[in-house]
Design a binder for this molecule. Structure first.
Ligand code: CA
Length: 662
């Protein structure tokens, strides 16, 4: 039986409730209060619900399989309060699959697993009746988040599952899967630690996973190579099937995701999920449109889908039930999967109210859960600029951070022109942008201008609202950018600049983010948008840990220094203004600063940092005294130091950083 072949038949009337199928505006849509569940399983009965206030009929279809075959039962649901359609089915339905089909606007919209499915079959087309308790790995009840004292202690590591483990020389068995991050003590053929052991050795505090919710671009039923970043959401509340060892069995992807989180937590590493609530892969064929047409998306005045995302649609977070949806979804990932934070893709499409509601809801669970996002959008969202969760409005969103394109672009060069360099390429004029980034984007007497926005003096109210980085999955990674901007450079010159760039990031008062593999000087063969490129481009070759061991050790040393010395991560704008002072260098391509007055817990007095992008050595004036050098000319040694200098000047070698203290 198929609803679509019975177009002449009136939808089955299922109850005596009067129905309203259209509302004056989206503000008039009824709001479903309470927990938004679409399937609640018990061994004796399963309750199905769907919020579909414009429906005139909703059918529930039950299947024995997650794909193929005919529905075993097609049952009309009953219309209830606030647009909620419900149906109770007695008996034990565990192992069954289901879809909804909504009739509105004179037609059946087509099957959907709903908008809140928590378990799905292959490719996410049908939802599954499961008991979530069956998905908890052994020891899950004892899983705890690693302690986090302050957001300023965070060091982020941005990773795609496949990039991190696909190289056969990773020594990992479950390559490209969630389980890759459960394999401890793995090594490359050269004896270097890989996988989770590498992360522990590096010292990062948070792994930021590229989209790991169910996305649509990869056919989960095909074994051959497929790669995608995954910014094409299908089911927001289910892990992606292609990262599981068995995408057909609904419990498997859920259990394996939890195993991954649990192992990372045991290793002392928190887990951040990259979430993309700003758009969906499909529109008319997607779950939102097949449930409540029009409600979840913004439109342009001409009636076309608003497209600030650049992906065909943009969601309408400002509407009551879309906001509730986003808030409930992140809370679900925290509570069911023990996720520790979220990176919001194109956060500038969402409204401020929604992001504050997310912060508020997470605070009630655990205020150490971290939230940050891209404070911009690919296009112009259909909402007034003062309502949007953009970088410029971050001051109105306490506890939420945004990426700094100022620090990134001052180091590597502008967005949209890959061959144009900046500070690292030895081009003058980027010192102010670097200082702004070092101060963590706050208002500071010596960083009076946001380089890209002269009308603003700063955008972050606190340095923990500012993500410091030089490269991420988007655009050329750092090694490639150095090649395009310095085509005549030697490998050793680029290696030196890689270290200099990460020194700026890791001595910034903002929250540092490292793109996975930059610590090994990975490249992507010049591919800037590798969202579906082969493993030969995207996967981190672990032999680089041997070839560039020197860079790895250097970045490891920077991380250890940052963790051991609170002066590098004061976490408070007032403290940064008090203790961070820039030193005039009188030179292009050089930035110097001191961290003085020993903020609480700091042992080093008068820390001097010099970043020199010139091809010649420089001398920077400092107060007369004896300085102990910990970092110089591409070497860092926290334990023994690199000697002392007495006098009123400190040197910095070409294209390198100098860090010393009294
Ligand atoms: Ca999928």
């Amino acid at each position: 039986m198929d609803e679509n072949v019975k177009k002449t038949r009136k939808p089955i009337e299922t109850s005596g409730h009067p129905r309203q199928t259209s509302y004056a505006s989206y503000d008039n849509y009824p709001v479903h209060e309470g927990n938004w569940e679409e399937m609640v399983y018990t061994p004796v009965a399963t309750r199905f619900s769907l919020w579909a206030p414009t429906a005139v009929a909703v059918n529930l279809r039950l299947y024995h399989s997650g794909h193929g075959g005919k529905a075993t039962r097609i049952l009309p649901m009953q219309s209830g309060e606030n647009g909620l359609w419900t149906l109770n089915i007695d008996g034990n339905l565990k192992g069954m699959y289901y879809t909804f089909n909504v009739h509105t606007g004179g037609k059946w919209l087509g099957e959907t697993p709903g908008v809140m499915a928590k378990a799905v079959g292959i490719n996410g087309n049908r939802a599954a009746v499961i008991d979530l308790r069956d998905t908890n790995p052994q020891g899950w009840d004892k899983d705890r988040r690693p302690p986090l004292h302050s957001f300023s202690d965070i060091i982020l590591y941005e990773m795609h599952h496949r990039d991190f483990s696909m190289d056969p020389q990773s020594g990992i068995s479950q390559r490209g899967k969630f389980l890759a991050l459960t394999e401890e003590d793995k090594r490359s053929p050269w004896g270097d630690k890989t996988g989770i052991g590498h992360l522990k050795e590096l010292g990062i505090t948070h792994v930021h996973l590229l989209p790991s919710f169910d996305f649509s671009s990869i056919n989960e039923s095909k074994a051959q190579f497929q790669y995608n970043w995954g910014y094409d959401p299908q089911n927001y509340n289910v892990p992606e099937g292609s990262y599981s060892t068995d995408p057909y069995t609904p419990e498997t992807r859920i259990r394996e995701f939890k195993q991954m989180v649990m192992t990372l937590h045991k290793a002392g590493i928190r887990v951040v999920m990259d979430v993309a609530y700003n758009h969906t892969a499909q529109t008319l064929e997607g779950n939102f449109e097949r449930t409540v047409p029009g409600y979840f998306y913004r439109k342009a005045p001409d009636g076309t889908w608003a497209n600030a995302s650049g992906c065909g649609n943009e969601t309408a977070s400002e509407r009551a039930m879309v906001r509730r949806y986003i808030v409930q979804s992140v809370c679900y990932w925290v509570q069911e999967y023990h996720v520790d934070g979220f990176r919001f893709d194109q956060m500038g499409i969402h409204d401020i109210g929604t992001m504050l509601a997310v912060r508020h809801a997470l605070d009630r669970i655990d205020p150490t859960l971290y939230i940050y996002g891209e404070g911009w959008a690919a296009g112009t969202p259909r909402l007034p600029a003062d309502k949007l969760a953009t970088k410029n409005n971050i001051r109105h969103m306490p506890g939420i951070a945004a990426f700094s394109d100022e620090l990134r672009d001052s180091l590597r060069g502008p967005f949209g022109n890959d061959s144009c360099g900046a500070f690292l390429a030895g081009m003058p004029g980027h010192e102010a942008g670097l200082r702004f980034g070092i101060a963590g984007g706050i208002s500071h007497p010596q960083t009076s201008v946001v380089p890209t926005q002269p009308e603003l003096s700063s955008w972050a109210a606190q340095p923990t609202q500012f993500i410091s980085y030089v490269s991420c999955h988007d655009d050329l990674c750092l090694a490639d950018r150095l090649k395009t901007t310095l085509p005549a450079s030697t490998p050793s010159e680029r290696a030196a600049l890689q270290k200099l760039a990460e020194t700026a990031v890791l001595t910034s008062q903002g929250v540092p983010l490292i793109f996975a593999g930059d610590e090994l000087m990975r490249d992507k063969q010049g591919v800037a948008n590798s969202y579906r490129s082969p493993d030969s481009i995207n996967a981190i070759p672990w032999k680089l840990k041997r070839e560039h061991n020197d860079i790895f050790r250097y970045i490891q040393g920077l991380i250890a220094m940052r963790k051991a010395h609170p002066a590098f991560r004061m976490g408070d704008a007032g403290l940064v203004r008090k203790h961070l002072q820039f030193i005039p260098t009188g030179l292009d391509n050089a930035v110097a600063f001191r961290l003085w007055g020993k903020p609480a817990g700091e042992e080093w007095e008068n820390i001097i940092v010099i970043l020199n992008a010139n091809r010649f050595p420089i001398q920077i004036p400092v107060s007369q005294g004896t300085y102990h050098i910990v970092c110089s000319n591409g070497c860092i040694d926290l334990e023994n130091g690199l000697g002392s200098i007495s006098g009123s000047h400190l040197p910095a070698a070409p294209q390198s950083a100098m860090i010393a203290h009294q």
